[in-house]
Design a protein around this ligand. Structure first.
Ligand code: ADP
Length: 216
């Protein structure tokens, strides 16, 4: 099974993916994390995508399509995988679906539905450890010492693309390019679940997702 976690930036796709990895024992494939890793390494892919990511604009479809196509054929994906942040455009869905169909993999889409005001509040309070990548949030997951990573003591930073004007850009990209995919999946007859992820904490949202996918 390919479990597609779908939702706007800040809807908790990354957090839910990590909980699902633990529960299901299948890997998380986050195109955002993969791209950030290329940027960190400063390689050809990284150089190509860095400016777009900083501005909150989607990177080119062929770049992410290639990354995902190469990743899902790895041996750890044989029992399924969680797609976090992919597909994000119609062209990406059109690249992915035939690959899954050819391998006999069913896709299940879980749409995390979150109010945009909640997202802006969440993302603007988000801080990240530049060393280990752990995410904190002033409101929902504060570090023990303000501004300092619990795990390695590094000074926390605001991710470039969590600045408010960039958050608005990311939401606009979602509205225009990604949200219409719900219709695409509906028309295709894909199993599609909507989960309210606005108000409750991650554990509660996770229990809702668990309940839905157990029916699979
Ligand atoms: P979020 O979902 O919170 O926006 P991500 O970490 O998923 O954060 O993505 C960060 C950035 O990486 C995006 O703003 C975009 O530039 C790029 N990106 C990630 N996934 C994709 C994708 N599937 N297609 C195009 N660009 C992507």
């Amino acid at each position: 099974m390919a479990l597609v976690l779908f939702g706007p930036p800040g809807s908790g796709k990354g957090t839910q993916s990590k909980l699902l990895v633990k529960k299901l024992g299948i890997p998380q494939i986050s195109t955002g994390d993969m791209l950030r890793e290329h940027v960190r390494r400063g390689n050809a892919v990284g150089t190509k995508v860095e400016a777009k990511m900083k501005a909150g604009i989607l990177v080119k479809d062929d770049v992410v399509n290639r990354l995902v196509a190469e990743r899902i054929v790895q041996p750890d994906c044989v029992n399924g995988f969680i797609l976090d942040g992919y597909p994000r455009t119609q062209a990406q869905a059109q690249a992915l679906c035939p690959i899954l169909a050819a391998r006999g993999i069913d896709e299940v889409v879980v749409h995390l539905v979150v109010d945009y005001n909640v997202i802006i509040a969440r993302l603007s309070g988000r801080r990240q450890c530049p060393v280990c990548g752990t995410l904190y949030n002033a409101a929902s997951k504060p570090p023990k010492i303000p501004g300092v990573c619990d795990l390695d003591g590094a000074q926390l930073i605001v991710r470039d693309d969590d600045r408010e004007e960039v958050v608005r850009e990311r939401l606009a990209a979602y509205e225009k390019q990604t949200r219409p995919l719900i219709e695409f999946f509906r028309e295709k007859g894909t199993q599609l679940y909507e989960v309210d992820a606005s108000h409750d904490g991650p554990e509660m949202v996770f229990r809702r997702i668990e309940g839905l996918i157990q029916k699979q």
